[in-house]
Design a protein. Structure first.
Length: 325
């Protein structure tokens, strides 16, 4: 039979397949989330995020060394304070949990890129991502606090701040307070297209940050929209974002691709807690092959256009990538 076009020719063996591979997954793509808690001697597995831990600052050293040995170059820090109030004041305490953790991590490995999540929900007694006025998150009042938090993280030594609150105008306010205080080189990763998603469930248990009333739909985006994601990205870039993020990742690959096609900037994808937990649960039941599924979905995020991926799988994936797959 004469068949001129036989795409299978280029799939015949692994050498050919690797020559034509369009997307490569690499340990340099990963950002690993770390949760830090007040106290001493604590390394406690997070029930909702198996194989991830709550660390007290004094227990970070081994973890940072392990991350470094695996070749992971960046982490994103989330703090759990032991006091909450309506202003989230522990978030901008220069001796707060994240600030202490940054200083410790930099002592262990000054080259590990430390990104900090800028948000108030873990720190407010009502669990919302800002200052509440008449049951509504007040945008402009919240901006003042976000700026204070970002400055406090920069002073503690953060390399990059990542505002995840979804208030309007926060990137501009954070850029200007950082610049006014001499932190021009601290970069901003904006959670630009952050959706009001049920995929954050396990994180909210891990971070003790579920809203005490209502939901986050008045500030996070409607999963039905993607034109709006482009508007959010455009605004954040105008205000000074260095990297823009799409979150969650797996159900939003189309949004990642649209951002990639429309803007010439680095894109982060956040492979969120619910995406992680679903795979862990299915793997535990023997329903799927964890390693293959994880590497497949991470490469899919890169193929969609992500330049970097925040993922709870980072340590496992770094190990697996050292093997053939
Ligand atoms: C804080 C924040 C959340 C996540 C990252 N930063 C939770 C939320 O918005 O409710 C979710 C991360 C995940 O699910 O892995 N605002």
């Amino acid at each position: 039979m004469t068949l001129v076009n036989r795409p299978r020719r280029l799939r015949r063996n692994s050498a050919i397949r690797s020559l034509i591979k369009e997307t490569k997954l690499d340990v340099n793509d990963f950002i690993y989330p770390l949760f830090v808690v007040e106290g001493k001697g604590i390394k406690r597995e997070i029930e909702s995020l198996s194989n991830n831990y709550h660390f007290s600052v004094d227990q970070l050293k081994d973890e940072i060394n392990e991350i470094t040995e695996l070749g992971i170059k960046a982490i994103i820090l989330f703090g759990l304070p032991d006091k909450k109030d309506c202003f989230g004041s522990e978030a901008y305490n220069d001796n707060g949990i994240v600030q202490k953790a940054i200083r410790e991590i930099k002592k262990v490995n000054k080259n590990l890129l430390v990104i900090t999540d800028i948000c108030m929900c873990q720190y407010t007694d009502h669990g919302h991502c800002g200052i509440i006025k008449e049951d509504y998150v007040d945008n402009d009042e919240t901006l003042k606090y976000l700026a204070k938090i970002a400055l406090s993280h920069a002073k503690a030594g953060a390399d990059m701040v990542a505002p995840s609150d979804m208030m309007d105008g926060r990137i501009g306010v954070i850029r200007s307070i950082l610049d006014q205080n001499g932190f021009m080189d601290v970069s901003i990763m904006a959670y630009s297209a952050k959706y009001a998603s049920a995929f954050y469930g396990p994180f909210r248990v891990a971070a003790n940050s579920a809203p005490g009333f209502g939901d986050r739909k008045t500030y996070q985006m409607d999963p039905a929209n993607s034109d709006e994601a482009l508007r959010e990205v455009e605004l954040d870039l105008k205000e000074g974002a260095d990297i823009v993020m799409v979150k969650p990742a797996l159900a939003y690959l189309d949004v990642i691709r649209r951002v990639k096609d429309n803007f010439n900037v680095p894109i982060a994808a956040y492979n969120v807690s619910g995406e992680y937990a679903m795979i862990k649960a299915a793997a535990e039941k023997g329903l799927i092959h964890e390693q293959k599924i994880v590497l497949e979905k991470l490469v899919a995020m890169k193929r969609a256009g992500a330049d970097m991926i925040i993922t709870y799988h980072a340590k496992d994936a770094a190990r697996w990538l050292r093997e053939e797959w």
